[in-house]
Write a protein that binds this ligand. Structure first.
Ligand code: GFB
Length: 325
């Protein structure tokens, strides 16, 4: 790692949050509120980020100083597996369009967000940044992973060829307010929260969990992620992507038990082994980020309780999922 760069203070800068309606983008908006940055956003109906000229025209007109690339087509294990074309095409197009438009418009700094699924399926645990491209990917999310690896490489290429100050970070599995609760598209935390809430509400005594319950995952609250992103945008400038995580993981069964405790569900679980487990373990080595001075603050138990309160106020009421007794 090279010497620490001059801080890139966001105060007074025009900062575009691409993907501001998503869970990550919304958390970035909350976090940026205290930086004194002038936040720029554009709705999808105005600029479809998969359309190159739309993106280039908008960025040339708005002239951001800094860009967070939080826009992406995302989803859980089944959505990745069943919509490969969208996960590959949308993400390649979105990142290529934003990065090239930013170079053309003279954006000073750009932050690209990937995912821990970029690492090989059987990478040694915890996975450090050098594990990238050392082995075969997990088949269920290879499409998304390939697109995110291309995004990291694009930023690195722009650094080398054009001298652009573009950086990348790879968050572990995320959860928190603003997540997707549609069971066909969602990740495991919102899926289990929704299912366990419904079971408690209806008095059911079992909840269906995909796979064997033995895969291990690391979960980071999205507000911690946003804090790390602002920290790195202001302080990090180098070619290597950086991992963002908590450094600890749990099994899916343990996660289900923690969500049950947050919801107040006392029934059992049934494991549906016709559904995929995906990668057996995904734990990031976060020592490089820790050496820069950042660490996660929200414990999984606290984060799940807070997310369940958000769910009760924002999802349970609108989807008609009954409020637990
Ligand atoms: O969160 P998830 O969909 O993502 O699944 P991945 C994590 C684990 O939870 C898998 C299990 O072993 C699932 O089988 N699981 C149990 C469930 N019950 C459920 C359920 O009801 N819904 C879901 N969704 N999972 C994703 C990638 O992988 O991770 C994405 O596909 C992205 O590309 C994301 O990288 C962070 O961790 O398996």
């Amino acid at each position: 790692m090279t010497a620490r760069p001059e801080p890139f203070d966001l105060k007074g800068r025009r900062v575009w949050v691409a993907g501001h309606r998503g869970m990550v983008g919304a958390a970035l908006m909350r976090r940026l509120g205290s930086t004194g940055a002038e936040i720029l956003t554009v709705p999808r109906a105005t600029v479809d980020l998969r359309r190159q000229t739309r993106v280039e025209d908008w960025v040339a007109r708005e002239k951001p100083d800094a860009v967070f690339v939080a826009a992406a087509t995302v989803g859980g294990i089944l959505a990745n597996d069943s919509r490969p074309a969208e996960f590959l095409y949308d993400n390649l197009a979105i990142e290529a369009n934003i990065i090239e438009a930013s170079r053309r418009a003279g954006v000073r700094k750009l932050f690209f967000l990937g995912s821990s699924c970029i690492y090989p399926k059987f990478a040694p645990q915890p996975m450090n940044e050098d594990a990238l491209l050392t082995g075969a990917l997990e088949p269920t999310n290879q499409w998304y992973a390939i697109a995110k690896i291309a995004g990291i490489k694009l930023g690195q290429a722009y650094r080398r060829q054009y001298g652009c100050d573009y950086i990348s970070a790879m968050p572990t599995n995320l959860y928190g307010p603003g997540d997707t609760y549609d069971l066909k598209a969602s990740h495991v935390v919102p899926a289990l929260m929704h299912k366990i809430h419904r079971a408690k509400s209806s008095g059911a005594n079992t909840v269906d969990i995909w796979g064997t319950g033995t895969p291990r995952r690391e979960f980071l609250h999205v507000d911690d992620l946003a804090d790390a992103c602002v920290f790195l945008m202001e302080r990090y400038s180098d070619e290597s992507h950086l991992n963002i995580g908590t450094g600890t993981d749990v099994t899916i069964r343990e996660l289900a038990e923690m969500i049950a405790a947050a919801v107040g569900y006392t029934g059992g679980f049934q494991f549906d082994t016709t559904k995929p487990d995906g990668t057996p373990r995904k734990l990031l080595d976060v020592s490089r980020l820790a050496a820069l001075g950042w660490r996660a603050r929200i414990t999984l138990a606290d984060g799940l309780r807070q997310t369940y309160r958000w769910y009760l106020e924002n999802v349970a009421v609108t989807t008609g999922a009954a409020t637990p007794r």
